[in-house]
Design a protein around this ligand. Structure first.
Ligand code: 2P0
Length: 350
């Protein structure tokens, strides 16, 4: 009788919020970026994707994926690239050890749940693909390092490569055409700077108007400002940001975070037709952060916005009242607002 056994493994992956943003692809197929980026991984206690990967000959012929109980299309090139790469690694393990079950040829059944709004500019694709890749890597018992897995997760969604690590993470853009050097590396673990906190202002939990993938392609094709950002602004921000993280220099970290977010949204506005991710509530959050910093006489809070109107505010624990308290009272009465005081996730817990 054929083996009908169900093999399975589960994992969770965290969300990361970039402080130097990825925007633009030099190779859309491999998700190779036009600039490097840096992010902070947020605690899984607050935001995470939980994924179970299973395989069995009893699953029929097709791979399937359920996200928040809804069936998803797995035939897209990105998901297929992740499945193909992971199966190839499992297949070479099986070739070198004939006692291993032949999992690489069995259909996969993936079940994922997010505990936060999907596709609302809260990096759901990052946590989603990171969890999918690691769940299958665990199922296949692959000896791959987080950086090895980041190379695969990047092909699912660029920002996903940064969610394989906790703490402070850089995605090095790389220069090779095959993408083998376009991977994530740890800049510093969460324990290096344990006082860092993030507050998320959920301005809207609706799906974003323009997807990151199509938005950045239109930017690359139409924005003249984009070239300056990718070639001049981001390399400077990368250097300043990595140094600020290593030295735990919050003022520089915050200044670069805000300036890089503004630079990214300027490039969106310079895209033709323009892309608007910020709304009136986003702009009032910027003003409140500016007021907080003015009152403090130094920079104690930094705002950043991804491809949506929700704000992420970084601050240090000692300033929680000054920052989170003021933001909550200033913006708390708005509909759909939600504030959480989130720690940085350790790699060990990822
Ligand atoms: C980032 N974003 O660095 C930037 C900032 C949005 C703004 O990475 O096409 O969903 O799947 O590679 O990773 C969102 O882009 O795009 C993103 P794809 P992804 O976090």
């Amino acid at each position: 009788m054929a083996d009908k056994k169900i093999y399975q493994a589960s994992t969770t992956a965290p969300v990361n919020i970039a402080v130097v943003k990825y925007w633009g692809k030099r190779d859309p197929k491999l998700n190779l970026p036009t600039n490097s980026s840096v992010s902070v991984t947020l605690s899984q206690a607050d935001l995470r994707t939980h994924t179970t990967a299973a395989c069995s000959s009893s699953f029929g012929n097709e791979d399937t994926l359920l996200l928040n109980s809804s069936p998803q299309d797995v035939t897209g090139a990105r998901t297929q690239a992740c499945f193909r790469e992971l199966r190839a690694l499992r297949s070479s393990l099986e070739a070198s050890d004939s006692s291993l079950p032949k999992l690489s040829t069995l259909p996969l059944r993936i079940v994922s749940e997010n505990n936060f709004p999907t596709a609302a500019g809260l990096a759901s694709s990052a946590a989603g693909f990171a969890a999918l890749v690691r769940a299958i890597a665990n199922l296949y018992e692959l000896p791959s390092s987080p950086t090895d897995l980041s190379r695969i997760a990047r092909q699912g969604s660029g920002s996903a490569c940064r969610s394989l690590f906790g703490g402070y993470v850089a995605w090095q853009m790389g220069s090779k055409a095959d993408g083998s050097d376009s991977v994530a590396v740890e800049v510093a673990p969460a324990s290096h700077w344990p006082t860092m906190r993030a507050l998320i202002l959920v301005v809207s939990a609706e799906k974003k108007g323009v997807s990151s993938t199509s938005g950045m392609q239109i930017t690359v094709a139409t924005s003249k400002l984009f070239k300056h950002r990718a070639e001049v602004v981001v390399p400077q921000h990368m250097e300043m940001m990595e140094k600020a993280i290593k030295e735990k220099d919050f003022e520089t970290f915050a200044k670069v975070t805000m300036m890089d977010s503004n630079s990214f949204h300027s490039v969106c506005l310079d895209t033709f037709p323009p892309i608007f991710y910020l709304n009136d509530v986003s702009r009032s959050a910027i003003r409140v952060v500016e007021d907080i910093n003015k009152k403090a006489g130094k920079i104690v809070a930094a705002y950043t916005f991804d491809a949506g109107p929700n704000a992420v505010i970084y601050f240090e624990e000692e300033n929680v009242e000054q920052v989170a308290g003021v933001l909550k009272s200033a913006l708390g009465s708005l509909d759909g607002w939600q504030g959480r005081d989130i720690k940085v996730q350790d790699t060990e817990g990822v």
